[in-house]
Design a protein around this ligand. Structure first.
Ligand code: HXC
Ligand code: NAP
Length: 279
């Protein structure tokens, strides 16, 4: 677990409980590390229980408070049960981070109904189900904060990602709408739109098909990624999970107390600079 960046007060989230979907890997894990370093008890939720339990164990070993719980965010009843379990165990949920997502590059013309449904259900339905389930808990405790992890690819369109861009555009829409509906309950809803962060999921997208011997050319991947950062990202580096986590912590902190319905882009300037693609 990295030391808490000096911009955040040590113990900022002491006594608070943060539920992070997809918290066992990539960006979700980075968010969990930072919130735990700042004193929150982080509950990591995803389908693979061993993944979230291992991550929680590592956070505890580093001195944080963490636990793992299994859920498939596509299943509304499982989401309700998860939220009830977390509320029962901890008595409160101060922050929900809707970070779980499924995504892959695929030509739209051949996308099966099930492929479309899988991504829409994980990203958009999952975000809605989790938010809806935590609302009564947050209302009863006098308020709370929800942060949805979106993206920027739908701002201009992104070939081979019709499913994910549609889902994330929907997430942006509910971020604004639920912010208005739930403000009276002192529940704030915001979103963070990350630029490219080289998690395992993204690295897969940059990996060319295996060569004749069946082994992907890792040097080609590294070269493609370095070249992408130099040419396509104005701040000339890829993002890190910590870059995204810093924005989540800011929004969840008292510094974000008057921010709701906002979608904060954290991308090194990438989407503004990106040339229109029509491949
Ligand atoms: C076409 C595909 C496909 C692919 C899956 N499908 N992969 N179609 N191209 N590459 C189809 C399957 O054939 C199936 O349809 C349907 O999708 C469901 O697939 P399953 O494997 O049965 O689903 P499931 O096990 O539920 O897994 C869901 C998943 C998977 C979304 C398909 O990829 C997943 O679990 N992803 C989670 C991790 C992840 O994606 N992380 C990346 C986040 S990164 P049929 O019709 O055959 O039944 C991110 C960054 C974006 O979002 C920014 C990039 C710069
Ligand atoms: P990742 O490591 O693949 O994380 C996805 C997480 O979602 C995994 O931990 C996975 O855990 C969980 N998940 C997937 N399906 C689920 C389901 N049905 N129910 C519960 N959990 C599920 O990818 P990442 O790159 O860190 O992405 C995190 C978030 O950032 C996503 O919302 C993504 O769209 C967004 N984002 C990422 C980038 C980027 O460049 N990395 C850019 C823009 C936006 P299990 O497999 O255990 O379920």
């Amino acid at each position: 677990m990295p030391p808490a960046p000096s911009v955040f007060l040590p113990g900022l989230f002491d006594g608070q409980v943060a539920l992070i979907t997809g918290g066992g890997s990539g960006i979700g894990r980075g968010i969990a590390d930072l919130l735990a370093a700042l004193g929150a008890h982080v509950v990591l939720a995803s389908r693979k229980i061993e993944r979230v339990e291992t991550a929680a164990e590592e956070i505890r070993a580093a001195g944080g408070k963490a636990s793992g719980i299994a859920v498939d965010v596509r299943e509304q009843e499982l989401v309700k049960q998860m939220v009830a379990d977390v509320a029962h165990t901890h008595g409160r949920i101060d922050l929900l981070v809707n970070n779980a997502a499924g995504n892959f590059y695929a030509p739209s013309e051949s996308l099966s109904a099930n492929a479309w449904k899988s991504v829409l259900e994980i990203d958009l339905y999952g975000t809605f189900f989790c938010a809806q389930a935590v609302l009564p808990v947050m209302r009863a405790q006098g308020g709370g904060s929800i942060v949805n992890i979106s993206m920027t690819l739908h701002y201009r369109g992104w070939p081979l990602m019709a499913h994910a861009t549609a889902a994330k555009a929907g997430i942006d829409a509910i971020t604004r709408t639920l912010a208005l509906e739930w403000a009276r309950d002192k529940v704030r809803m915001n979103a963070v739109a990350p630029g490219p962060v080289p998690t395992e999921g993204v690295r897969k997208a940059f990996t060319p098909p295996p060569s004749a011997d069946g082994v992907p050319d890792v040097f080609a991947v590294e070269k493609a990624m370095e070249s992408y950062a130099q040419k396509m990202i104005p701040l000339q580096r890829w993002g890190s999970p910590a870059d995204i986590a810093n924005m989540v912590a800011f929004l969840a902190s008292p510094a974000g107390a008057w921010i709701t319905g906002a979608i904060m882009v954290v991308d090194g300037g990438e989407w503004l600079a990106k040339p229109q693609s029509c491949r």
